[in-house]
Design a binder for this molecule. Sequence first.
Ligand code: G6P
Length: 369
Amino acid sequence: EMLEKGGFDHFMMKEIYEQPRSIRDCMRGRIYPQQGRVQLGGLKEYAEKLKNIDRIIIVACGTSWHAGLVGEYLIEEYGRVPVEVEYASEFRYRNPIISEKDLVIAISQSGETADTMAALELAKDKGATIFGICNVVGASIPRITDAGVYTHAGPEIGVASTKAFTAQVTVLTLIALYIAQIKGTVSQSKLITLLTELNEIPDLIEQALKHNEEIKTIAAKFKDARNFLFLGRGSAFPVALEGALKLKEISYIHAEGYPAAEMKHGPIALIDEEMPVVFIATKHSSYEKVISNIQEVKARRGQVIAIVTEGDTEVKKMADYVIEIPQTDEAFLPLLATIPLQLLAYHIALMRGCNVDQPRNLAKSVTVE
Ligand code: G6P
């Protein structure tokens, strides 16, 4: 078993460290940075459809739903198509309004989740075009979809999804840029810049992983916390949701993710000196706004752990702890900011004596309702 874990103590840690490679595998043959071109063989026949699409509906559950939310930000920003992201379990029972004009994309690591499968079948019955973003080749979802893109992250054993999530986000990034390329909503020179940077992401993840020891030290300080808040804005909001989910899944600490600006509509009431608040506070469009949210937490004596851009000085002055990630374009922030949150959850869970690979009550794949 030690061999299977590649020298790591747990599958989860092995899978976290595999991410530079799994993302490289996911992008292989799909991006041509020098030409500013994305090629998605699985979607080729649907290029014309994508060019004229009015609306995309993403259906998923759990971590895959969080990836869908990141996809919403990216596809709307670059492809300029309205996107709705739905919990498959809600969507299927709501008599949703779908027609032949719609594109429904299911995201599923296993390709077997019962609710996601049922949501797709419903969309298919109503005449929508259906795509899948799956990790397991030949699973039920890829078998019923019209087209799709595999994530190629390799087998994921840890129940808490890590490398499958970042691979899903990578695929959604590629789809967003592919639509942009087809529709011409992003200039060729901008596509070259973006794809060149995306190509560097595996190396930047490698660098982000180097902060593991510091993260372990921070984990030791907060391992006995009873609650945690995770806050971010823009595409860092779904990252906050995912950070909270990782922590609660494997450490059993109650954690909530929120859009940072929504804090004042509720979670702020929970803040006192006992409350750790994890901020994604990198140097991107909402940097200044996140800084004022950090000040609001500090004014109430909350404990701030901030994910910051390398070399940041401003947030460092305010936060109790900072974890650096390399500078990157805002488009790729979710791929980097997720890494320290995975490590934080892992170390806290381990220090609490939890079974990180097989948390209680959870299944890797939920094939029944
Ligand atoms: C379960 C797993 C999660 C996963 C979710 C959706 O809850 O424990 O890690 O995100 O199912 O699974 P899927 O295979 O459809 O991505």
